[in-house]
Design a protein around this ligand. Structure first.
Ligand SMILES: [Zn+2]
Ligand SMILES: [Zn+2]
Length: 359
């Protein structure tokens, strides 16, 4: 049973640093939040030094220290060990220096994270007594706080999960790929089409695992109304509805003008519906921007941001499914982003009219 404490200095004043005890291991939590607003563990180094002094005073021995952040869980412990038992004989303040230098290097190559703070959650294996003796020696005030909240990834990290990753995750879940660790949804559904709904948290978990490059577990982010996860899923073009909620309006609206144009030509209707599939346009635009650095019309090369500005310009770029001529495309056919073109609204209109003879 994990316990969670705030460190109290020898003169009785609280230090902004927290640790947990799990049998013979001490987990020391990293700094989080930004200075001032929502900062947590801002006195990381001081807290760590106080802990190490108390361990030594009570004749506990540090057997091993390793980086334990969620983002490096995939790396073997031997490769994220930052202190061995032989090294733990040196004075506490020197240990803190050694640890902070070494922790920065762990997992650096395997993650895209830059900036922010460089402290890590670390875990120390201690010998010389059980959990109760440890907590007596270390002191500290038990904190009534959900430990899991410290596992949560900050919003700026979650925002690396672009519409492209979300759309690919939806495609994979449709194809039967698993989102490991994520179960069925209890409260909400993400609408794929009239017949298919997916658990929103599982979609985001799979997308985030790919986007961030390490295994994302359910405890790393929250789902629900006003969560970053739901915001990003909706920004990616997907609707999320409470479970059991009937979707009344059509999921794939087709403009009146297009409806008239496509009338009596089922393949054109299918083309329009395919292009308007939830999430598809957002995903293609995100991919296009990732590859080319900006959005522009692939036919007339018009750059809408140059003309209309960053805020609204991108709205006039639409996605066109160029594989429309491939008539064997059935209803079960999964769209791939490579089959799509980014066109300005005018070029898209013209391209469709050129398909007029296509039945
Ligand atoms: Zn154009
Ligand atoms: Zn089109």
């Amino acid at each position: 049973m994990a316990r969670f404490f705030q460190i109290i200095s020898d003169d009785g004043s609280p230090i902004d640093a927290h640790f947990g005890i799990e049998s013979d291991e001490v987990v020391f939590h990293s700094r989080g939040g930004t200075k001032g607003k929502g900062a947590i563990n801002s006195e990381y180094a001081l807290g760590l030094s106080v802990l190490l002094v108390r361990l030594k005073r009570a004749s506990f021995a540090v057997e091993r220290v390793w980086v334990d952040s969620s983002r490096v869980q995939g790396i073997p412990i031997s490769q994220r060990t930052i202190l061995t038992s032989e090294e733990s004989q040196i004075p506490a303040d020197q240990i803190v220096k050694v640890l902070s230098t070494r922790m920065k290097a762990v997992g650096r190559s395997s993650s895209e994270f830059s900036g922010g703070n460089s402290t890590r959650r670390i875990r120390m294996k201690i010998s010389g007594g059980d959990a109760q003796a440890l907590s007596l020696a270390l002191g500290g005030t038990p904190v009534d706080k959900n430990l899991r909240s410290l596992d949560r990834l900050p919003a700026e990290v979650l925002r690396k999960v672009t519409a492209e990753y979300i759309w690919r995750a939806v495609q994979d879940l449709i194809s039967g790929v698993d989102s490991p660790g994520f179960g069925e949804s209890t409260d909400y559904d993400l609408i794929v089409d009239e017949h298919l709904r997916l658990p929103p948290k599982a979609v985001f978990g799979l997308a985030a695992t790919r986007a961030l490059g390490f295994q994302i577990l359910p405890k790393y982010f929250t789902a629900g109304l006003n969560s970053v996860c739901f915001d990003l899923l909706e920004d990616a073009g997907f609707r999320i509805v409470p479970k059991g909620n009937e979707v009344v309006e059509p999921v794939l609206p087709i403009l009146q003008e297009d409806r008239v144009w496509a009338e009596g030509r089922p393949k054109l209707v299918a083309h329009l519906r395919r292009e308007r599939a939830p999430g598809l346009s957002c995903a293609k635009k995100a991919e296009f921007k990732r590859v080319y650095g900006r959005l522009y019309c692939e036919r007339c090369k018009m750059d809408p941001v140059e003309i209309y500005g960053a805020e609204n310009g991108e709205a006039c770029i639409e996605v066109h499914h160029r594989a429309v001529q491939v008539v064997q495309m059935g209803a079960e056919h999964l769209t791939i982003l490579e089959d799509l073109q980014c066109l300005c609204a005018s070029c898209h209109r013209v391209t469709h009219r050129e398909l007029k003879s296509f039945r």
